[in-house]
Design a protein around this ligand. Structure first.
Ligand SMILES: *Cc1c(COP(=O)(O)O)cnc(C)c1O
Length: 831
């Protein structure tokens, strides 16, 4: 119980304040909400009603901290970080809020006294899947750290009515189901219909001369849509600070729709309303190039303009500061290029609406924005066809042309005669039809550009943003990603949390470098025994989940070898599958062979239109069906594809891993964050020198990391000299054998066609060098198996991985953003 609450007024017939933190106060609050908010007679109350009542009781407690935080930053006019992201993969909120308020035990006791079990109640929560994967989860981890580090901040994004699809597996294939996460209401959000903004779209621009005789431009849109803010409180851990996540939802502008049609067209006006609502209907997959282009651009512009209008409203109307002070009041971070239209939109607002001169507006814009790049993959760099862009955002295209003119003049001044450079740096691309290059727009409009791991940031400066780096070297830097140890250790791994608390105290929760104190315990046999017991219990918990969801039984004494992440060729789940097939082949051809038993566990969604990724799922499930039902091999190996990987089941997965698969082609994974979650939870990594793996290996020590594969330089050299996958097949009888098994239909009941496109892609193109890295991967996996035979050595290595994972806390990352980019300091809040 927190002693802060002794000073709270004791009110109500129970003598308990509405937001008391004791079990008794919580019990009274749950009972109140059951009566006044849920309104069901006791006889028909079900577990989900208790979930809702507890959620509302917890929200009250969070709100008691939210209001003083908001009031504080308004009173003190402190600088605020605004994190603009098209995705926030928040995960379940109830457990995290109980943890951050430190009332888990009180809630458990309160529910028990009402005949309910906290874990069953927690399981009722429908998680908001408002992100595809790592990028959206990163935004959520950063919000947790910002609040915990007491930095004033607002997250801005989109309230998708349907988040990322739910994945089912039917006969080994992915089937998508709509994620209707709002069907039963969302107890965490507060709708703010009074906080709404107009969003213009389409139409044309007009020049006019204002009363003072100035030339001005106004935008006459074809359509106006309204954005409404929904706020969710982001409670920091063990602090009063509670920040805000504002997600915008689209609806029609009533008055506009009714004006547009005469009264007889009432029903068409209503239809217009329905059309407007489609803007925030669904989250698009991040790796599907051509789907819903226009709507996607509208989604991006929609949330960006709402966010910027909100920021200007707070700045000008609430805290009443001058426009010129904008960069001193707000730091706006662009999470990838999805919000990069913000550069042109802020210019439009400053020039057209607030009548600033171009140079003044540009100065404020660049000082306000910073941009985080998340990918080097050329196909993932966002561009918009120029004609589409001009039709939808005519004023922004004019502004972008003008920004471009200033930029290219600067380039010509610095690099006279270098026309090629001018062409490369232009905001308008000429390759395959004219297009607007959003990464270039984000870069020119920002005072700082960062990559998300040391290697990635270096490659950024040497490849996609090389020319910009040469123009403005001082603007480039690195901030390696991190993950929150509250959710990904304390909340999801109670066993390890208790062991850590017992061994080194509780300081690690907000100072993850303290885990270093574990290093000496790696040599302590009794500690290692306790460590293994925790891991074993986590594996039993995952095994039970696997059994109920797939019917497959796993033995928790086996090695749990796990690869969970989006399904993608560059992430190379098929390389993992080739290892499994190789082991299967060895066991089938040598009946005397005994290998240390392993459970191979996969999870991840494929973009609905990404055929090759869906085929990779089919390959894994087909191999699994064969392996799991073959008594010759299923004593040594099992293969599981866990459907619907999301934050909720991630809580069960990361803590149960012995081996973390981080096997992307070097140079392709910007950072990865799953690799960090595994490390914190004491898994050993098998990985390439890619993304943050490089730094994970540096921290863990090379003896505690299983390294394989080509380096970035070797990948580039091989591609430059002409990579021929056939060479690698010829050289390796095991690889030939594994590919042969797929080709002859050994896993597909003799069907030789179904997996052929995947096989052909590997054999004839292999764009991600799967076959080039195969031999090195297999040899490394053999070393993994040897290490697993020595449990004491393995435990020592695993303990050292956790002990040395401190760097990968999102607290470290957010502190770096605050110090190096945002200049946002802590603001302590008291109730
Ligand atoms: C961490 C996380 C990811 C990102 O995983 P990577 O291995 O870094 O690609 C994706 N989805 C969920 C649900 C996560 O928790």
């Amino acid at each position: 119980m927190s002693d802060t609450f002794d000073t709270e007024p004791k009110t109500g017939p129970t003598g308990l304040s509405r937001t008391g933190m004791t079990a008794d106060a919580l019990r009274a609050a749950i009972s109140d909400h059951l009566l006044y908010s849920i309104a069901r007679p006791p006889a028909i109350l079900r577990t989900e009603h208790y979930y809702r009542a507890l959620a509302l009781a917890v929200r009250d407690r969070v709100q008691a901290r939210w209001m003083p935080t908001t009031q504080n930053f308004l009173d003190l006019s402190r600088k605020v970080t605004c994190y603009l992201s098209a995705e926030f993969l928040m995960g379940p909120q109830l457990g995290n809020n109980l943890l951050n308020l430190q009332i888990e035990d009180a809630a458990r006791e309160a529910l028990a006294s009402l005949g309910q079990d906290l874990d069953e109640v927690l399981a009722c929560e429908e998680e908001p899947g408002l992100g595809n994967g790592g990028l959206g989860r990163l935004a959520a981890c950063y919000l947790d750290s910002l609040a915990t580090l007491q930095r004033p901040s607002i997250g801005y994004g989109i309230r998708y009515e349907f988040g990322i699809f739910d994945q089912e597996i039917h006969e080994g294939w992915q089937v998508e189901k709509t994620d209707n996460w709002l069907a039963h209401g969302n107890p965490w959000e507060i709708a703010k219909p009074d906080v709404n903004y107009q969003v213009y779209w389409g139409g044309q621009t007009e020049q006019y001369v204002d009363v003072a005789g100035h030339f001005r431009v106004r935008w006459a849109p074809a359509q106006i849509i309204k954005g409404i803010g929904y706020d969710t409180a982001i409670q920091g851990y063990n602090v009063t600070n509670c920040n805000t996540l504002t997600l915008f939802s689209a609806s029609a502008v009533e008055s506009f729709a009714l004006e547009a049609f005469n009264t007889g067209d009432y029903y068409r006006a209503v239809e217009q309303e329905v059309a407007a609502e489609t803007v925030t209907k669904v989250l698009y997959p991040n790796d599907e190039p051509d789907i819903g282009k226009r709507l996607r651009l509208l989604q991006q512009y929609f949330f960006v303009t709402c966010s910027l209008q909100d920021i200007l409203r707070i700045h000008l109307d609430v805290t009443c500061r001058p426009l010129s002070a904008l960069p001193d009041s707000f730091a706006v971070q662009l999470n990838d290029t999805h919000p990069s239209i913000a550069v042109a939109e802020l210019m439009r607002l400053l020039i057209d609406e607030h009548h600033l001169a171009w140079d003044d507006a540009w100065d404020l814009t660049v000082r306000t924005f910073a941009y985080t790049n998340h990918t080097l993959l050329p196909e993932a760099l966002e561009t918009w066809p120029l004609s589409l862009f001009g039709e939808c955002l005519p004023r922004h295209l004019e502004i972008i042309y003008e920004i471009n003119e200033h930029l290219l003049n600067q380039v010509r001044d610095r690099f006279p005669g270098d026309d090629d450079r001018v062409r490369r740096m232009s905001l308008i691309g000429e390759d395959g039809g004219k297009c607007v290059r959003m990464a270039h727009l984000a870069t020119v409009g920002s005072h700082f550009v960062n990559g998300v791991a040391a290697l990635h940031s270096e490659l950024l400066k040497a490849s996609v943003l090389k020319d910009f780096y040469e123009l403005w070297p001082e603007r480039f830097g690195n901030i390696t990603n991190g993950v929150t140890p509250r959710r990904f250790l304390a909340l999801s791994n109670h066993g390890l949390r208790d062991l850590l608390d017992d061994t080194i105290g509780t300081g690690w929760l907000t100072d993850l470098d303290r885990l270093r104190e574990l290093e000496s315990y790696a040599e302590d046999e009794s500690f290692r025994t306790r460590w293994r017991k925790v891991k074993r219990a986590n594996k039993a918990r995952l095994a039970e989940y696997v059994h109920t969801t797939t019917g497959i039984e796993l033995d928790p004494s086996w090695m749990f070898d796990i690869q969970v992440k989006r399904i993608h060729e560059y992430k190379r789940q098929h390389l993992n599958a080739l290892h499994i097939i190789t082991l299967y082949h060895r066991l089938k051809t040598n009946p005397k062979l005994a290998i240390p038993p392993r459970a191979f566990i996969f999870g991840g969604k494929a973009a609905p239109g990404y055929f090759m990724a869906k085929l990779m799922i089919k390959l894994i499930t087909a191999v699994g069906a064969t392996v799991n039902n073959d008594p010759d091999v299923n004593r040594f190996m099992k293969v599981v594809f866990l459907p619907n990987f999301n934050v909720q089941n991630a809580h069960l997965i990361y803590p149960a891993a012995n081996l973390s698969e981080q096997i992307s082609t070097a140079g392709k994974e910007a950072s990865g964050t799953g690799n960090m979650k595994f490390m914190m939870n004491g898994a050993l990594t098998i990985g390439t020198l890619d993304g943050a793996n490089v730094e994970i290996r540096e921290e863990a020590g090379e003896d505690n990391f299983f390294l394989f594969g080509l380096t970035v330089e070797q990948v580039e050299a091989l591609k430059a000299t002409g990579y021929r996958p056939a060479d690698y097949i010829e050289r390796s009888p095991e690889l030939t054998g594994a590919l042969q098994l797929i080709a002859e239909g050994a896993f597909t009941h003799g069907d030789t066609e179904v997996l052929r496109p995947l096989l052909d892609s590997l054999v004839f193109h292999d764009p991600f060098l799967v076959l080039a890295d195969y031999a090195s991967y297999i040899a490394c996996q053999d070393r993994v198996s040897e290490a697993w035979r020595r449990p004491e050595t393995w435990s020592r290595m695993a303990i050292l991985n956790t002990a040395r994972s401190g760097k990968f806390s999102s607290d470290r990352a957010v502190r770096e953003y605050c110090d190096e980019i945002w200049n946002v300091g802590p603001m302590s809040v008291t109730m």
